[in-house]
Ligand binder design. Structure first.
Ligand code: CA
Length: 527
């Protein structure tokens, strides 16, 4: 990606900085933190007809009614009416196009030989029996139904206060609470999504090889279904430490009995987790999820390209990068399908798009429901513009595999893991897929954090990074102002990922103890 950011020296005050990404673009965005006033002459001779806030678009040429508005070299829509050169181009002036048709898209035509390998990078992680590596050493308490969530929260409080101080090598204890488990059509076809999400969350690499499930005893989702098959074998071999406890067990006389039993169960697992030590793991053991939330017009030119650069480095080092967020990929699918490694992967990608089209349609919505009021305030006209800036997070590599929502990673490299764009739902599904660290870009700002994996937050603009100095881990806004290039920030992010994965550094949300709830994607009926 190339971008020009020099329209230097306006005639009043601070230098005018605009970003135009592609030679074909007939709009550019204003970088200056305070925006630019009407009457300002830009270096190319364009005179601003309107005040243009930071992050918003200016027409660099006259755009006829019905003509394409072009950004990233792609039409983000058509002009609702004639837009004179110098005008501010907001969402009311851009008519969104239909999404690219899924039929007849070229598949796997640009998959190429893959990116050149990159050797010599490693991190200090916790090796698991199944071959994965954790970046943290956490006791996860899986729950089979929402009915037990209050008890699980009580248990976690007690463990943090009474047990955790005695097991200093364990980073945390987390209850995997959720809204599923009973009062649901458990055999509906779409129920496979929340069920496999819960099964795979319990296997997240940051939870070591320990499994502890708290159930009620009468719920539709059998707690035994949440125990990974290898652990079932282990307990059948005579381990006197069954992985499931149900509160309705008739031997319990009241709450005190339950809590005592659960504390014992937790302590046996904490003792084993505490014996684990970090060891050098190749960077190929990284499973990094990338996501954006609270995006603005800078996200697609600063933070997301820097993440894409880091994603390429991780893939080249043999690691796994997952990108997700179907509604933000849908309008750029014509750019992604050619990058599928082969026909099968390409068809799986289109199948996930088609599934989501039908899902939205069944709810009487379409992808235009995506941009938020905050996105628009930040300068994004519609979901096409948002998508073009969002898929840059995937870097430039070929797409090695496609996962359905809640499925577990099975191949290394760049993976599309289908999820909604909703931050907390996407994060939960990426954790289920086996993510051991997440990178999250934001322009508007969000204090987002996850309970099972560190989240490294990258700001798309410097004013946010300065205002939220203690909440943002890396400022990519320096790319807009020309202080740093995309490769500089991309390499810095790669090093930060290795440091955070190794526990040498904590991400901001982790240091502050900020954890969003796990939120399941639950497209099946509630009864
Ligand atoms: Ca998101």
């Amino acid at each position: 990606m190339s971008h020009e950011n020099d329209f230097p020296e306006g005639h009043c005050g601070e230098r005018a900085i605009l970003i135009r990404i592609h030679d074909r673009d007939n709009v550019a965005i204003v970088v200056n933190a305070g925006g630019l006033p009407a009457g300002r002459r830009l270096e190319d001779g364009t005179v601003l007809a309107d005040d243009v806030p930071s992050g918003h678009k200016v027409a660099l040429a006259d755009i006829d009614e019905g003509a394409p508005v072009i950004r990233y070299g792609e039409a983000i829509g058509r002009a609702v009416k004639a837009i004179p050169r110098g005008s501010r181009v907001d969402e009311s002036l851009v008519r969104s196009p239909s999404p690219p048709a899924l039929k007849d898209l070229p598949i796997a035509t640009q998959s190429g030989p893959g990116l050149p390998p990159l050797a010599g990078y490693s991190f200090e992680g916790y090796r698991n029996v199944d071959g994965t590596a954790g970046t943290r050493n956490i006791l996860g308490i899986t729950t089979s139904v929402q009915c037990v969530a209050g008890v699980a929260d009580h248990l976690v409080r007690r463990i943090r206060e009474e047990l955790l101080p005695r097991y200093p090598n364990v980073d945390d204890v987390v209850a995997l609470n959720h809204g599923y488990g009973c009062g649901v059509a458990i055999d509906a076809p779409a129920a496979v999504i929340p069920i496999r999400t819960l099964q795979n969350l319990a296997r997240n690499p940051n939870l070591g090889d320990e499994v502890m499930v708290i159930g009620l005893g009468c719920e539709k989702l059998d707690p035994e279904r949440l125990v990974p098959p290898d652990r079932v074998r282990a307990s059948a071999d005579g381990r006197s430490d069954p992985p499931v406890l149900c509160l309705q067990d008739e031997t319990f006389r009241g709450f005190g009995d339950m809590v005592r039993a659960m504390m014992g169960m937790a302590e046996r697992r904490l003792a084993r987790l505490d014996l684990r030590r970090r060891e050098t793991c190749p960077a190929s053991d990284l499973v990094v999820g990338v996501q954006c939330g609270g995006s603005d017009a800078f996200s697609g030119v600063t933070a997301n390209p820097a993440v894409g650069y880091a994603a390429d480095l991780i893939v080249r080092a043999g690691g796994t990068v997952m990108f997700s967020e179907v509604t933000e990929v849908r309008d750029a699918i014509h750019l992604l399908a050619p990058r599928a490694a082969d026909e099968t992967v390409g068809r799986a990608l289109l199948r996930e798009m088609a599934w989501y089209d039908r899902y939205l349609e069944s709810g009487g919505a379409d992808r235009s429901a995506n941009p938020t009021p905050g996105n628009k305030k930040g300068g994004l006209a519609n979901v096409v513009e948002k998508a073009l800036g969002s898929v840059i997070k995937s870097g430039s590599g070929r797409i090695a595999d496609v996962l359905g929502p809640g499925e577990r990673v099975r191949r290394k490299g760049l993976v599309f893991a289908a999820t909604p764009a909703s931050d907390f739902v996407c994060g939960t599904l990426q954790l289920a897929a086996g993510m051991n660290l997440q990178v999250f870009t934001t322009g508007r700002g969000t204090p987002y954090g996850l309970p099972l994996a560190p989240v490294v937050k990258v700001s798309s603009n410097t004013p946010l990074a300065e205002r939220w100095r203690d909440l943002i881990d890396l400022d990519a806004g320096r790319i807009a102002t020309g202080e740093a290039g995309i490769p500089d920030v991309g390499r810095e992010l790669f090093r930060l990922i290795l440091d955070v994965a190794s526990g040498r550094r904590q991400a901001a949300a982790e240091r502050l103890g900020l954890r969003n709830d796990l939120v399941l994607f639950h497209p099946a009926p509630v009864t």
